[in-house]
Design a protein around this ligand. Structure first.
Ligand code: 5RP
Length: 236
């Protein structure tokens, strides 16, 4: 940890280091994406190098795959692993039932597939990600590029019947161009403000033609490791 880290980074770092203790020799581990997950990957790399920890990592994005290889973690595909002992990943929001919004980093599709193929999913997050009701963070929805404006319209129609506070949507951009995910899709960010019934919305979104996956993780997370800016860690 460097002295010039921001308070939020200190919290993320503390959560990631604590969660790394759940990783044991011989495990197949899903490696999340984002700044908190990057701390975890670096810590696991240290354990591989210094303690001789032997693991196989299944990354959830090309970014994470590059970092994992760089720090010496043996990377395999999900097809090779088939099933994972544990996935550790960040989140954009989590509630008291451990439901999540994920995908702020654009990797929600692989993240959900990998987490769903794991015996256990642990989320690592700074305390600011805890919410009473999901929805202040824009909900990412991965959509096929073909006809994405039609998909957006269909999502808008569906939201009319949902218990949400707002219905604005934006196409995620990267500079001047629409953002393209690792799977070659676009992301629509839904500015809902408050999601009254997250399981219902998650199901309704995935029934719309053109939607590949949404960033609501319902009943997938088993434990949240919360990092605080003073370095304290809580398990929830
Ligand atoms: C990437 C994600 C990230 O886990 C989420 O955006 C949190 O990121 P960070 O750890 O940088 O705050 O879902 O798709």
């Amino acid at each position: 940890m460097s002295a010039d880290m921001s308070p939020i980074d200190k919290a993320k770092y503390a959560a990631a280091r604590r969660a790394a203790e759940f990783v044991e020799d011989g495990m197949r581990v899903g490696l999340g994406t984002g700044s908190t997950a990057a701390w975890l990957v670096r810590r696991l790399g240290e354990r591989v190098r210094d303690d001789g920890l032997k693991i196989h990592g299944v990354p959830t994005s090309t970014r994470t795959a590059d970092l994992a290889r760089e720090v010496g973690i043996e990377v395999i595909t999900l097809e090779e692993a088939r099933w994972l002992d544990l996935t550790i990943d960040g989140a954009d929001e989590f509630d008291a039932e451990l439901n999540l919004i994920k995908g702020g980093g654009g990797a929600l599709l692989q993240e959900k597939i990998v987490a769903s193929a794991s015996d256990r999913m642990i989320v690592i997050a700074d305390a600011a990600k805890a919410v009473e009701t999901l929805g202040m963070f824009p909900l990412p929805v991965e959509v096929i590029r073909f006809g994405w404006t039609t998909t957006q319209k269909l999502i808008g129609n569906m939201l009319g019947g949902m218990d949400v506070a707002g219905r604005e949507m934006s196409l995620r951009m990267e500079g001047e161009q629409p953002y393209i995910t690792d799977e070659g899709n676009h992301i629509l960010d839904l500015h809902l403000g408050r999601i009254g019934n997250a399981p219902q919305l998650a199901m309704a979104l995935n029934q719309i033609a053109g939607v590949v996956e949404n960033g609501l993780f319902i009943d997938i997370c088993d434990l949240v490791v919360i990092g605080h800016i003073d370095g304290r860690v809580e398990l929830c």
